[in-house]
Design a protein around this ligand. Structure first.
Ligand SMILES: Cc1cc2nc3c(=O)[nH]c(=O)nc-3n(C[C@H](O)[C@H](O)[C@H](O)COP(=O)(O)OP(=O)(O)OC[C@H]3O[C@@H](n4cnc5c(N)ncnc54)[C@H](O)[C@@H]3O)c2cc1C
Length: 311
């Protein structure tokens, strides 16, 4: 039987049973046992201390664009850093961006200052903190990792700045993720580039997304990682899964590596569809697809996520 949830001190301003569907890009997800939008780092670190004392995991939600939250919710303290870590400061060709700064807005703010480097990020609806966890990037190889000069994380309740060489970025992952670091901010090195050029490239990238990805229905971007040397979308298409549906969720007919839902979809629908796609791709192509989206839930993950962290 689940143990009763403790009462937090009122000063921490934690809300109970906050529906995470309000905070995820897919509009899916049950309640967080506790939820907060800390005012500053001190408030965040007091929440982190209380969560540790209460034996509850602390989870940071950025843009909520790469998580699938269980319909039953999570027994955790979930924080949004949008107040504590939303600031952005440019200094020459460098920018110090708070973890909650959103990539599209950051890319546009850089363009206004005649700075390039973040063009690839204009269509990625995530935060800097989320992007650093997964080394967010696009198909041509551009990603956030190579821009990073330092990352500030919260350790033992205090901010600690790591130089770039202390962090490793690989395809859709980083050592920050593996170490469970709570990212507060990052300094990125950008490049001088005329605003008109930066904006023209961003427009072209957004137009390409409009043509090739389902932008009107809720989704989580690429649902599976590309296996080495291949594209998950190609394999899913080859296995005949375009349009395959479970409940209110279906494989996009525009891009096979996107799962969309009609507004009434549940995490159970999405996870069951992912598992069915994995089975069909394995049967047709012999490849086991690994999720790119991250599962947030208590207890054992659903079948689709069981091999999420193995090669
Ligand atoms: C329409 C669409 C298009 C997309 N296109 C792309 C794409 O082209 N390329 C790509 O790489 N991704 C893409 N994605 C996926 C997603 O946007 C990225 O992975 C993004 O970087 C996730 O950021 P987020 O803030 O939304 O993270 P969330 O989904 O909120 O969280 C993801 C993980 O990061 C952790 N996290 C978030 N912030 C912090 C923090 N400050 N400190 C510690 N951990 C943190 C969370 O705890 C969680 O583990 C797309 C998604 C959508 C919906």
């Amino acid at each position: 039987m689940a143990t009763a949830l403790p009462d937090p001190p009122a000063a921490l301003a934690l809300t109970r049973e906050e529906p995470l569907s309000r905070h995820t890009y897919m509009h899916i997800g049950g309640p967080a046992a506790y939820f907060a939008v800390p005012e500053d780092i001190d408030h965040l670190s007091r929440i982190a201390t209380w969560a540790a004392e209460a034996g509850l995991p602390l989870r940071v939600l950025g843009g909520g664009s790469n998580v699938l939250v269980a319909d039953a919710g999570v027994r955790a303290v979930v924080v949004s850093l949008r107040r504590a870590c939303g600031a952005v400061a440019f200094d020459g060709t460098r920018v110090e961006a708070g973890a909650a700064a959103m990539l599209p807005a950051l890319a546009r703010a850089a363009a206004e200052r005649d700075l390039g480097g973040l063009e690839f990020a204009v269509g990625i609806p995530g935060s800097v903190g989320g992007a650093l966890q997964s080394n967010a990037g696009i198909g041509d190889g551009r990603a956030i990792g190579p821009l990073v000069r330092s990352v500030t994380v919260l350790r033992g309740g205090v901010p600690v700045t790591l130089e770039a060489d202390a962090v490793r970025f690989d395809y859709r992952t980083s050592t920050l993720h593996a170490a469970g670091e709570l990212v507060l901010a990052a300094t990125l090195a950008l490049t001088a580039r005329p605003r008109a050029e930066v904006e023209a490239e961003m427009r072209a990238l957004l137009e390409a997304r409009q043509r090739t990805q389902p932008t009107a229905e809720p989704n989580a971007g690429s649902i599976f990682r590309n296996p080495p040397g291949d594209a998950a979308g190609r394999l899913i298409d080859a296995a005949g899964c375009k349009g395959l549906a479970v409940g209110h969720a279906s494989v996009s007919t525009l891009h096979a590596n996107f799962i969309v839902h009609d507004g009434a979809g549940t995490a159970a629908d999405i996870a069951a569809l992912m598992a069915e796609v994995q089975r069909r791709v394995f049967a047709a192509c012999g490849v086991r697809l690994r999720p790119e989206v991250e599962w947030w839930g208590d207890g054992d993950p659903p079948e689709a996520f069981r091999f999420a962290d193995t090669a």
